[in-house]
Design a protein around this ligand. Structure first.
Ligand code: 3AM
Length: 178
């Protein structure tokens, strides 16, 4: 199964994010139910390995914290925008949790993640059909986006099935933050 570790977002926050969707012809908007914050992508995993990962994550202890989504940005690849996201206000507790997840996964035998953690919630995937000026305009127009702080009381091991239109994410296990 294809796995990743992330934060599920409470429904009011998802609805708030969904209000941002639109006005960018050609963008593939993430369906409201799919919004999440990825802590660590794992990828295709055999069942026995998934169990080890589950045990490692279940042993992890980290405090609950409050998450504030703030700002809009894009990731670029080869000089063009490939995804549009909502950012996260600086949050040492989130960074702490991400570090713990990374350590737990390495203990479970995963190779280290090389990329720097850049917390975000993907709103849309973009391709060449989306005019760069429109993307810049969207980011500008939503410059002041900021959601109310939300308590994060657990993190989640998700499985992901790649679909034609959108992936289907299923919460497999929830782990409490204390
Ligand atoms: O949280 P976002 O939407 O940025 O793009 C995938 C999604 O990112 C990413 O993992 C998250 C949950 O599916 N993802 C997919 N394949 C990946 C890969 N091979 C990947 N991240 C890193 N390496």
């Amino acid at each position: 199964m294809r796995l990743f570790v992330g934060l599920a977002l409470p429904w009011p926050l998802k609805e708030r994010l969904a209000m941002l969707a639109g006005g960018l012809p050609g963008a593939r908007w993430v369906p409201t139910e799919n919004y999440h914050l990825t802590l660590r992508f794992i990828g295709e995993t055999p069942a026995y390995k998934a169990e080890e990962i589950d045990h490692a994550l279940a042993a992890l202890r980290a405090p609950a914290f409050s998450l504030t989504l703030s700002g809009i940005g894009v990731f670029e690849k080869g000089g063009r925008s490939v995804s549009l996201w909502a950012g996260v206000e600086r949050n040492p507790q989130l960074d702490h949790l991400q570090g713990k997840v990374e350590t737990a996964l390495q203990r479970a035998g995963m190779p280290p993640e090389r990329r720097r953690f850049s917390p975000h919630v993907t709103l849309a995937r973009l391709n060449d059909s989306v005019a760069p000026a429109k993307v810049a305009g969207f980011v500008q127009a939503h410059n002041l986006f900021r959601a109310a702080p939300e308590p994060m009381t657990h993190f989640t091991l998700f499985s992901s099935r790649l679909g034609k239109e959108a992936s289907v994410y299923t919460p497999e296990v929830e782990y409490e933050l204390t």
